[in-house]
Design a protein around this ligand. Sequence first.
Ligand code: ZN
Length: 155
Amino acid sequence: MEDNQNIRLNQNIHFCASCKSENIQKLALAYMSGSSQTKGVGLGVGIGGSIGLGAGMGTNQTLLSNMVAPPKITSPFVGALGIWFLAFFIYTALAVSMPQNMNILSSLLVVIAFVATFWPPIKFYRYLTAKNKTLMEEYNKKYICLRCGNIFKLD
Ligand SMILES: [Zn+2]
């Protein structure tokens, strides 16, 4: 038994911190297998013929699915586009308030201001990309214990 323990440690097998079970699974994998289990539940409902039980099982399945679901990711492109519309709106408001008889300098300023509207969306795009990467890295470190449902992080 003592040797067995050592071998396990050498193989770097992880345990659930709360119930010491080895029956743990990556959240990402649990999420994928969860979607196939849902079909099984549907079939079970048909055989059982109990709608009440079926609904309850369905809810539990959804709950588990939500627990192991990947983080909500904002598309960097959509986010950046939103910021650009905002910047462009401010730009338009400023450009409209410019005097009608523009000299070369103020025309140049308008062009520069237009180019500048792309700066915040680019920054935001980079920010979202980095944030999404971190979120997914954190998610990929997370495991669920299939025995007690404990969710924990392993590095
Ligand atoms: Zn556990």
